[in-house]
Design a protein around this ligand. Structure first.
Ligand code: ZN
Length: 386
């Protein structure tokens, strides 16, 4: 009796979870499941033997429109399956990606997707082989995948790992370090993963670091600097398939200054510890995604040290860029009212902070080429400093 009561109460408190169970998406011959890290657990309704509807809504109202979806379709036979994504007041943003047998991801062909109702709905028509098909707004990089990448990268390139703190749900905020023997070595900070759906920023960060640290381990330019790298700042948001926030209900890139959240505070403390030890903050790069490849830089009029970093770095980048079109757009600005990492770094340390943005649908080869060019240009810039 008591148990019954608890179950009913639980159902009332968790309407979306109960709707999922009641709707039967997870039972039957052909199933839709969101039972994996990075899947948001959108309310699901079965609309036919091989058709489903997902209500894709954010973790809180009025946040950056980044409708994130991720689900598996499990079918024992070849089947045509349709999934309708209902974005409510939001509009379709991410072209669906499909995980292949080798673990790589491809963008589904244009014709599998029909937008409707002024882009407030998207109908996916999928021709599936027997087995489990994973479909998501972007490549799924779970907290475990990200931790494995960091460990392998640190091992391969001789970086140290340090636990800076933990997220609200207790996931570790891990930094990769390359220490300098010079106690006065300038500090370079590289961060990423503040916003969960911004997977192209995460892919770019990996290519950037692989190019930068893929050199000779004794590389003198790297050794002249103290490096603090925090690739995955919002593991809880990623785990839960959030659009924007951490579990504290905050956009972490609006917490640089207030520092009310454990994830941002951990990075601030790590920077401050190095500063106290004699390392002057020199540069911060913060990797993100948006609708295009763009660098949000400080205003040229700001008196920062090093002076003119953005213009000099971009000139070197453009100089070596052999890909199609321009490399990055540049969008200079400084908004003191907006507590982003870049604004905070410039205001507190008088040093350049840049937001490095990659397009949601930028070709993945171009992302790798751009990130590689950015790393090569940074190395040249640092080499020419003395
Ligand atoms: Zn972002």
């Amino acid at each position: 009796m008591t148990r019954h009561y608890v179950l009913i109460a639980g159902c009332a408190a968790l309407l979306s979870a109960c709707a999922t169970v009641r709707s039967g998406c997870e039972s039957g011959e052909i199933r839709l499941s969101q039972d994996f890290a990075n899947a948001p657990g959108s309310a699901c309704t079965r609309t036919g033997p091989a058709s489903f509807e997902l209500t894709v809504l954010p973790e809180s109202a009025d946040i950056n429109p980044s409708p994130w979806y991720a689900f598996d379709i499990i079918t024992p036979r070849p089947a045509e399956v349709s999934v309708t994504l209902d974005y409510g007041d939001y509009r379709h943003r991410y072209r669906p990606k499909f995980r292949q047998a080798d673990g790589g991801w491809i963008t589904l062909p244009e014709e599998t997707l029909i937008l409707g109702d002024g882009d407030h709905t998207a109908l996916l028509r999928l021709d599936l082989e027997p087995g489990t098909a994973r479909i998501a707004a972007q490549e799924v990089l779970s907290p475990e995948d990200r931790a494995a990448w960091r460990a392998a990268f640190a091992e391969q390139h001789g970086l140290e790992r340090e636990i800076l703190g933990a997220s609200i749900e207790g996931r570790l905020i891990e930094a990769l370090l390359r220490r300098s023997e010079d106690p006065d070595a300038p500090l370079i900070v590289v961060i990423g993963g503040q916003h969960p759906p911004e997977v192209t920023g995460a892919l770019a960060l990996r290519s950037f670091l692989e190019t930068l640290f893929g050199r000779d381990r004794a590389d003198e330019v790297l050794s002249r600097h103290e490096w603090l790298i925090v690739p995955d700042l919002n593991p809880d948001g990623i785990m839960r398939g959030h659009w924007r926030e951490n579990l504290g209900g905050l956009d972490l890139n609006r917490d640089w200054g207030p520092f009310t959240q454990p994830e941002t505070s951990a990075v601030r403390d790590a920077i401050e510890a190095r500063r106290a030890a004699g390392h002057t903050p020199f540069l911060l790069l913060d990797f993100h995604s948006t609708r295009r490849d763009v660098l949000y830089t400080p205003d040229d009029a700001m008196e920062l040290s090093p002076a003119n970093f953005s213009a000099d770095w971009i000139a070197l980048l453009d100089d070596s860029w052999t890909g199609s079109g321009a490399a990055f757009e540049r969008d200079p600005g400084h908004n003191p009212g907006l507590p982003t990492s870049k604004t905070w770094f410039a205001e507190i340390y008088g040093a350049p902070g840049l937001t490095v943005e990659f397009g949601d649908e930028t070709d993945r080869d171009r992302i790798e080429a751009l990130a590689t060019a950015a790393a090569t240009a940074l190395h040249r810039y640092l080499r020419d400093q003395d």
